[in-house]
Design a protein around this ligand. Structure first.
Ligand code: BES
Ligand code: MN
Ligand code: ZN
Length: 508
């Protein structure tokens, strides 16, 4: 994992493999961003011109490499685009810094140490740059080893050290920002590892074991319900989804508690370690990336551990609803009726609508503790991808103010999200002649139908929001900003922010 430090070292004498500077898109061409003054000076103040000659414009995501000026102990200058130059009175947005730092860290794979001289005016900027760099440096190569020194054989090791220039190493706020960025990025990157791990290695039992070990390490109380315990407890939804797989389901409960907590949040994650669709099998072309169907559980896991590492003054309970959705002679059939943990019965019309079934049981279990709010995270519907594309998640809720608060938190941390409605008229599409409700309704508005289904399993009077992350959970395109190919770790930072806001008394 990449290390993050603060440094007061000045550019020329600095020992590093590269120095990263910012370049913004100005009205008349590229503009060297604040933080790079000493570097610009060493180019006789002609750096903007040099960059323009090299074709740089300052556009977001652009990376230009140039040899360091004479007298520098660092051989390489990496100029990274920050996008449009902000007007005189405002600085660069945290998200612009995060993205630029991420793009720079990604191109510096293989390097040992890079000094980041990006525009930095306060500790929040330092946190954004640090977070972006640590997230951008991520790579998943656990399965590319074929020798003792895997990094040497396959690709380049991630950038080993990020040093932030212009930060104040002794300042409390700066130190806290670096600590926060490190904890959140490390846990988010672990969530990415879990998402990227092939489903033959990460089944529900294996996921539960990872959660158990991490919980013990960070003083989080952990409880794992195995198949026997689920049967005894009557968790018909989770069992019904997992019953077709040779790898049985699990329900993991992670409880982080603070002695100073005034509020209690519950996070619930969909953890389908592989979604084949079950008997309603997905066609070829739709199941190759379905190892990502546990991204919600991975996000919840990362958020709870982050809350513990940051010592947030709020109680956070994480529920990981883990199952593998497989077709077999023991699998749930379309037409079967499940007896859910809540006592309701569900007619399974389509075994591929499995996420709502495991979530229903976990939501009901979470509700029993009467938390101040519940937020579930799930790669729930293809319909949400059709609606919002593959970078934005949908937010539904049983409370408009809470939905707005979640949306605001997401925007603040740089996770694109958008509010979606829960239209009452779509509920009747799930009426079942046999059971209390069916697990499928109208095709149109499928993401909202799924949200309406979940709403039925939230305890009376409990504030609840549902994040459908099917779009942004897994990046099938090329990397961008601080987002890698594959598992993205989306929603982790929104959940952490919600926990922080709740601890501060600024939410609910
Ligand atoms: N895991 C899928 C949703 C999904 C699709 C996530 C693509 C990420 C990428 C979910 O379990 C599913 O199969 N949903 C069905 C529901 C339908 C059968 C009502 C869907 O969206 O097609
Ligand atoms: Mn499915
Ligand atoms: Zn699924």
């Amino acid at each position: 994992m990449t290390a993050l430090t603060l440094s007061t070292a000045a550019a020329p004498g600095l020992r590093a493999d590269a120095i990263v500077i910012g370049v913004a898109k100005g009205a008349k061409g590229p503009v060297v961003a604040p933080g790079a003054e000493t570097v610009d000076k060493a180019y006789d103040g002609r750096l903007a011109g040099v960059l323009e000659t090299l074709g740089a414009s300052g556009a977001e995501g652009e990376v230009t490499k140039l040899p360091a000026p004479a007298g520098f102990k660092t051989p390489l200058v990496v100029a990274v685009g920050l996008g449009a130059e902000p007007d005189k009175n405002s600085g660069f947005a945290p998200e612009a810094l995060r993205k630029a730092a991420g793009a720079a860290a990604r191109t510096l794979a293989g390097a040992k140490k890079a000094a980041f001289a990006l525009p930095l005016t306060d500790s929040a900027d330092a946190g954004a740059i640090g977070e972006g760099a640590l997230l951008g440096a991520y790579s998943f190569d656990a399965y590319k080893e074929n020798g003792k020194d895997p990094k040497a054989k396959n690709g380049k090791a991630p950038l080993a050290e990020v040093s932030l220039l212009g930060g104040k190493p002794r300042d409390k706020a700066y130190k806290a920002a670096v600590e926060r960025a490190t904890a959140v990025a490390e846990e988010l990157n672990r969530a990415r590892d879990l998402i990227n791990t092939p489903p033959n290695d990460l089944n529900p039992e294996a996921f539960a074991a990872v959660a158990e070990a991490a919980a013990k390490e960070h003083g989080i109380k952990v409880q794992v319900l195995d198949v026997k315990a689920l049967e005894k407890g009557g968790y018909g939804g989770i069992l019904g989804v997992g019953v077709g797989s040779a790898a049985g389901p699990r329900l993991v409960k992670l409880s982080y508690t603070s002695s100073k907590a005034k509020k209690h949040l519950a996070f619930v994650g969909k953890g389908i370690t592989y979604d084949s669709g079950g008997i309603s099998l997905k066609p070829a072309g739709h199941n190759e990336t379905m190892k990502c169907d546990m991204s919600g559980a991975a996000a919840v896991f990362a958020a709870v551990v982050s809350a513990a590492r940051l010592g947030l003054e709020v109680n956070v309970t994480g529920w990981l609803a883990l199952a593998e959705n497989m077709p077999s002679g023991t699998a749930t059939r379309p037409g079967d009726v499940l007896h859910m943990y809540s006592g309701k019965t569900v007619e399974v019309l389509n075994t591929d609508a499995e996420g709502r079934l495991v979530l229903a049981d976990a939501l009901w279990a979470a509700s029993a503790e009467k938390p101040d709010a519940i937020v579930d995270v799930a790669t729930l519907t293809g319909a949400m991808m059709l609606a919002l594309g593959n970078r934005t998640f949908g937010i539904m809720a049983n409370d408009d103010a809470f939905r707005s608060a979640v949306h605001e938190a997401a925007e603040e941390v740089g996770e694109p999200a958008w509010p979606m409605p829960l239209p009452e008229h779509l509920r009747k599409g799930m009426d079942s002649p046999t059971a209390d409700i069916a697990n499928m309704g109208e095709r149109m508005g499928g993401g909202l139908v799924a949200g309406l289904f979940l709403r039925e399993f939230v305890g009376e009077g409990i504030t609840w929001a549902h994040l459908d992350i099917a779009g942004p959970a897994f990046n099938e395109g090329g990397p961008f900003g601080y987002t890698p190919k594959g598992g993205t770790g989306t929603a982790v930072r929104t959940l952490v922010r919600l926990a922080e806001l709740t601890a501060a008394g600024d939410l609910g």
